[in-house]
Design a protein around this ligand. Structure first.
Ligand SMILES: *[C@@H]1O[C@H](CO)[C@@H](O)[C@H](O)[C@H]1NC(C)=O
Ligand SMILES: *[C@@H]1O[C@H](CO)[C@@H](O)[C@H](O)[C@H]1NC(C)=O
Ligand SMILES: *[C@@H]1O[C@H](CO)[C@@H](O)[C@H](O)[C@H]1NC(C)=O
Ligand SMILES: *[C@@H]1O[C@H](CO)[C@@H](O)[C@H](O)[C@H]1NC(C)=O
Ligand SMILES: *[C@@H]1O[C@H](CO)[C@@H](O)[C@H](O)[C@H]1NC(C)=O
Length: 360
């Protein structure tokens, strides 16, 4: 991308109230906008401290801006989910990917091997896990996926394919299905149909589930991708600049572009087929009580709320409210904010033990 267009892009974005958080350190968090923005940032703030050297990068909208990421995979099953029109959202996805590419490019000049996690804003919550946990899962997933010298990127998976016409590329292909099976068994000792008890499959239209006998958590989701910046670069360049579908059909869907890149580069990228780093909740929550959802809030040893992945009985590093999972993630986020608010107030009052928050 030429530098001038990057500048134009950035200033256009700033005018629209979008901003790029390069790394979510405490000092970078400004709580000066709407409640919802504050909520999202506060939801992160609690745990980003624990991610160590790994940068978590997002491009976030302000609540006053009607363009909101979760509309992307929106199912009709959740009345609150926005259904994106044709023009504006692509503008947003394009700027999102363009800003991320710029950040990757800049970071690469300093440290090509710097590890980053690029995530969707707004509909993603950090559940609380540390750097060691993230790196350990990342390495195990790569290893189980074949782990060749080029294998450096892990993208999130999900139960349903969006756009739907891409499904067979992944579902009906032995390369991907064997890899999925290896990740399931080697990373978490899961059976290949682990998703079945957790999928009410409320969305029948936008990104529907496969029938039970074929259903699996196997499709690429662009809401999360992790790896060294030098390896993220060609993927983001492709998504931002080069498109994907050889026939240019529906080529303005960034997730589809990422899927094409994956199809062209099976040796470089794999999926978190077990939801060990990130659980995409589309088709996994809507239509059931929250108590039956695959995630829940629990308290850690220090009395802080974290999210537990009930399927794996582990911390859920990231939970993604894509598609019809948005409601569950909204409610979980609000609850964490309130709980943090409460424990912070207790810390300030010195009620959480000797020394208060510094020792916590
Ligand atoms: C990457 O950075 C270099 C050097 O700063 C610049 O020349 C180039 O245009 C940038 N590329 C992109 C895609 O941003
Ligand atoms: C893996 O899971 C199976 C049950 O599905 C269990 O019998 C086996 O002991 C587990 N293996 C390990 C290493 O935990
Ligand atoms: C399966 O997918 C891989 C990776 O995209 C591809 O190289 C291969 O040709 C596909 N196999 C079939 C039978 O389509
Ligand atoms: C989730 O929260 C956002 C931001 O507050 C809101 O715009 C959206 O309608 C909510 N969605 C659901 C399904 O509750
Ligand atoms: C946090 O707590 C303070 C009082 O301690 C309250 O005024 C504020 O509204 C709370 N914020 C949220 C998001 O619950």
């Amino acid at each position: 991308m030429p530098a001038t267009s990057a500048l134009v892009l950035a200033s256009a974005l700033l005018g629209k109230g979008l901003s790029l958080q390069s790394s979510l350190k405490d000092e970078d968090l400004s709580l000066d906008s709407s409640i919802s923005d504050e909520g999202w940032l506060a939801g992160y703030e609690a745990a980003v401290r624990n991610i160590g050297d790994i940068s978590v990068v997002t491009v976030e909208t302000r609540a006053s801006n009607p363009m909101r990421l979760p509309g992307r995979n929106a199912g009709n099953s959740d009345a609150m989910v926005l259904n994106p029109g044709a023009g504006e959202p692509w503008q947003f996805y394009r700027t999102k990917n363009g800003l991320m590419l710029r950040w990757i490019n800049e970071t690469m000049q300093r440290d090509p091997n710097h590890l980053a996690i690029m995530i969707d804003g707004g509909d993603m919550i950090f559940g609380g896990c540390d750097e060691k946990f993230v790196k350990d899962k990342y390495k195990k997933i790569l290893k189980a996926s074949g782990g060749g010298p080029n294998m450096k990127l892990v993208m999130s998976g999900e139960t349903a394919c969006f756009p739907i016409e891409m499904d067979w590329h992944f579902r009906d292909n032995a390369t991907w299905e064997q890899r999925r099976s290896a990740v399931n068994s080697q990373v978490e000792n899961l059976t290949d149909d682990w998703v079945l008890p957790w999928t009410p499959c409320g969305d029948k239209k936008q990104a529907p589930c496969d029938p039970v006998e074929k259903r699996a958590y196997r499709y690429p989701n662009w809401g999360f991708v992790m790896g060294p910046v030098k390896d993220l670069y060609p993927l983001f360049e492709f998504v931002y600049a080069n498109g994907g579908n050889p026939n240019h059909k529906r080529d303005t869907i960034d997730q589809m572009r990422a899927q094409w890149w994956m199809l062209f580069n099976p040796d470089k990228i794999t999926l978190d087929y077990t939801g060990s780093l990130v659980l995409s909740t589309h088709q996994m929550a809507w239509g059931r009580k929250d108590s039956e959802a695959p995630i829940e809030i629990v308290m850690n040893k220090r009395g802080k709320p974290i999210i537990r992945n009930k399927i794996l009985n582990q911390p859920c590093c990231f939970a993604h409210g894509n598609g019809d999972g948005e409601g569950l993630i909204n409610r979980t986020m609000m609850m964490i904010i309130q709980m943090n608010n409460l424990t912070d107030a207790m810390d300030r009052a010195g009620l959480t033990g000797p020394g208060g928050r510094d020792l916590a």
